[in-house]
Design a protein around this ligand. Sequence first.
Ligand SMILES: O=C(O)CCC(=O)C(=O)O
Ligand SMILES: [Fe+2]
Length: 358
Amino acid sequence: MATTQTHHSVHITHKDHDLDSLQVLPDSYQWVQPDLFPSLQQHSTPLSDTLPLIDLSLPDAPDLIGKALRTWGSFQIINHGVPLSLIHAAQSSAIDLFALPTPYKLKASRTPGTFPGYGIARINSFFPKRMWSESFTIMGSPLEHFRHLWPHDYSKRCDIMAEYDRELKSLCGRLMWIALSELGITREDINWAGPNEDFKTCNAATQLNFYPACPDPDRAMGLGAHTDTTLLTVLHQNNTRGLQILREGRQWVTVEPVAGALVVQVGDMLQIVSNGLYKSPFHQAVVNRTQKRLSVAYLFVPPENVEMSPHKKLLNPTQPPLYRPISWTDFIRIKSNNFDGLSCIRVDVKDEKQVKVG
Ligand SMILES: O=C(O)CCC(=O)C(=O)O
Ligand SMILES: [Fe+2]
């Protein structure tokens, strides 16, 4: 994954980011939903659904996953094969990291224009107010940053994150094949899954998100509504509620924390490959008054500079491609300047007639 990023990175200073010590919500954190977010459609009957919880070890899992991806663009999984001890070890390193005094954390700040390191959510640049959260992004080895954070104790923590990356990458490879085969796409149809057809040539980042307890949670927002610029995002949340997924454009549904479960979400790149059959859901993270919340998001993205396009098996004269081909590298550049990146690469009705379907 490219480590350079555009001018839209957001940076923090010691003065404005010690959320733990604030007793009153500063004006700069009093949340207003900007116009760029689609407003909720009004319906008299609320949806009372919960996100599907799927046991990955059972034979009907692929079928259930296919259904969940077409409706929610998301689901939770248990029996996913990632050792719970590893999930807890990664989580506990994240807890230790965010508990460090701010001057330490600032030693591991993202340098301008890059992804890895400590800071606030990149999407904050699209919103008029600050989000009630901190984050730390790991791409490749976190050694340089961890050495600053824990001069005597970094190597074990680096090993844990490396192991987390390996385990989650193989889980994502497995999930990719399930998602694709539910669309009738087979191994012969994909030429970017790598020499072993396991998607190990894909890139990834591990994003640690921390939401301190908030003095005025109803007026604050942990992470504003967004879609992920990934193929898949696989997220572990601690036992505190906060993640909400937008259901059918009309209702926020809270994803209940389930011990050991992982939340899987379609990202924009899989929405492109599936020609919109799988939609990357809007999601957000709300905060609460008494509990700290932590999430570890594994952001799984295509190999750099490989063009992703609606798969030709899904296209026909009545189902023309909805998006033009684009690499992840180019797409993240578009998204850093446009909140709704997918609309920028949508083939409009006029063009659709001209696109040949192979
Ligand atoms: O903390 C959460 O539950 C959401 C995190 C998220 O959406 C992200 O890291 O992109
Ligand atoms: Fe997200």
